[in-house]
Design a protein around this ligand. Structure first.
Ligand code: HEM
Length: 430
């Protein structure tokens, strides 16, 4: 009976997607053979699927065994999907030991409860005090990079990662410059944790939880996560003691002019909301540190690369910065004047988005332009593909041209998706 139901479901789903472009299916494996190999091979498959999507102007259906994965690049389809589905597929659970039920990985019903509280911690006055940390880190980064000048080729990524990590720990946890909590050990544990999670994602043998828990890499993951959580726990405990000493646990800090980290905001929220447990706070801070580190470091990397290879762009940016800020520290109010610099960043994020794709799980049927997405399908929002589509950006879509972001031709923001969109889009976009 179970086999019959599974067969009927599979037959119905296959028929539903039969008119969409796809690869040749192998029995049982479907198209999974296309995922075998290293990350370069994976990316080539992704690039090929993106091209097929663009040529057919339809979603591409990829069969992971019997399960359909639908790749979407059309902004209208993407908007529908991003607004309709809040569940993420099971791959996101691979980060559970680290991020638990934090915003990024939480199941829909927990995410719905928490998103309103968290989103308010990253808007308006809450972020006004961050600029001074950004300036300080930028200054330190420039000093470090300057030491490499005239020294031949070097990899800037470690500098960018450390700088982004230190910044997000300052604004996220309130780590001060003096306490050295963002140590070499922390940095290594952070990157090893990321590697272990990504490696699990690309190795289907490590997917079943019971099997994974028997492996040495699972033990290594727990060790690394311990290092990361211990820093957050130390800071959390210190803050709790500080608050208790200063004002008693029920005090509300109304001083709008003092800097408050993301963690401070969560502790304040907890005064009215006991569902925000210590564990949940640890997960949320770990999420913010991950979300705010890797993405920022990668986008800095590509932006520096394109600026470095385009003297004309460098000169225009330099001229605009000198005209607006001079040698003085950058202030938040200056940012609106830096329209060319913003155009450069937008163009870099369009061509080199740090998250090339995000995934959603269809928990109900949904009609989009060329098909009905059936419940149980994984939908991939192809951020990279949407950014490079000739249909959306014109024949020069592959060219780095910041001017396309300047008046009078400002493009439709709905095709620019580096921060995703709809429900579960980035909350760090301020
Ligand atoms: C260039 C910088 C950034 C880019 C390109 C970026 C991109 C993204 C994308 C594409 C998502 C959607 C992920 C998904 O649906 O699976 C996301 C989610 C998220 N981002 Fe960012 N992000 C950036 C910076 C930040 C920063 C600085 C923070 C926080 C300080 C942050 C916090 C988050 C959080 C908490 C989520 C999960 C939102 C949710 O599920 O409700 N991001 N980001």
């Amino acid at each position: 009976m179970i086999c019959l139901c599974a067969f009927t479901w599979h037959w119905r789903v296959r028929k539903n997607y039969a008119h969409l472009p796809s690869y040749t299916n192998l029995p049982l494996l479907g198209n999974a053979y296309k995922l075998y190999g290293n990350s370069r091979k994976l990316f080539l498959t992704f690039e090929d699927v993106t091209k097929k999507c663009e040529t057919a102007n339809k979603p591409f259906v990829f069969w992971a065994g019997p399960t359909p994965i639908l790749l979407l690049s059309d902004p209208d389809d993407i908007r529908l999907v991003a607004n309709a589905f809040i569940e993420k597929p099971y791959y996101y659970k691979f980060a559970n030991a680290w991020l638990g039920n934090g915003l990024f990985t939480a199941p829909g019903w927990i995410w719905k409860k928490n998103i309103k509280k968290m989103a308010s911690t990253f808007i308006g006055p809450a972020v006004d005090h961050y600029q001074v940390f950004f300036n300080d880190q930028a200054h330190k980064l420039v000093q470090k990079l300057a030491r490499e000048v005239d020294g031949g080729f070097f990899d800037p990524m470690p500098y960018l990662c450390f700088s982004a990590l230190e910044t997000i720990c300052q604004v996220g946890l309130g780590v001060s410059k003096s306490n050295n909590l963002v140590s070499e050990e922390y940095y290594k544990a952070f990157h090893r944790t990321l590697d272990l999670i990504v490696n699990r994602g690309t190795n289907i043998l490590l997917h079943p939880e019971w099997l994974y828990r028997l492996t040495p890499v699972y033990k290594e993951l727990l060790k690394c996560v311990d290092v990361l959580h211990n820093v957050s726990k130390t800071i959390l405990n210190n803050k709790k003691k500080e608050r208790a000493l200063r004002n008693g646990d029920h005090h509300i800090d109304n001083d709008k002019d003092s800097f408050k980290s993301f963690l401070d905001h969560l502790l304040e929220l907890r005064q009215h909301d006991l569902s925000l447990t210590d564990e949940q706070i640890l997960w949320e801070t770990a999420t913010i540190i991950l979300a705010g580190q890797e993405t920022v470091a990668t986008s800095l990397f590509y932006t520096l690369l394109v600026i470095g290879s385009r003297k004309d762009v460098q000169e225009k940016m330099y001229e605009e910065i000198m005209r607006t800020v001079g040698d003085g520290p950058l202030k938040k109010k200056d940012l609106v004047q830096l329209s060319y610099c913003e155009a450069v960043i937008n163009e870099s994020l369009r061509l080199y988005p740090p998250a090339v794709a995000v995934l959603r799980m269809a928990d109900h049927d949904l009609k989009i332009s060329s098909c009905t997405i059936t419940k149980g399908t994984t939908a991939i929002i192809n951020i990279w593909g949407a950014g490079r589509s000739k249909r959306l950006w014109g024949d020069d879509a592959a060219a780095f041209r910041p001017e396309r972001w300047l008046p009078p031709n400002i493009p439709s923001i709905s095709s620019h998706l580096p921060f995703s969109l709809g429900k579960r889009a980035c909350i760090g976009i301020v």
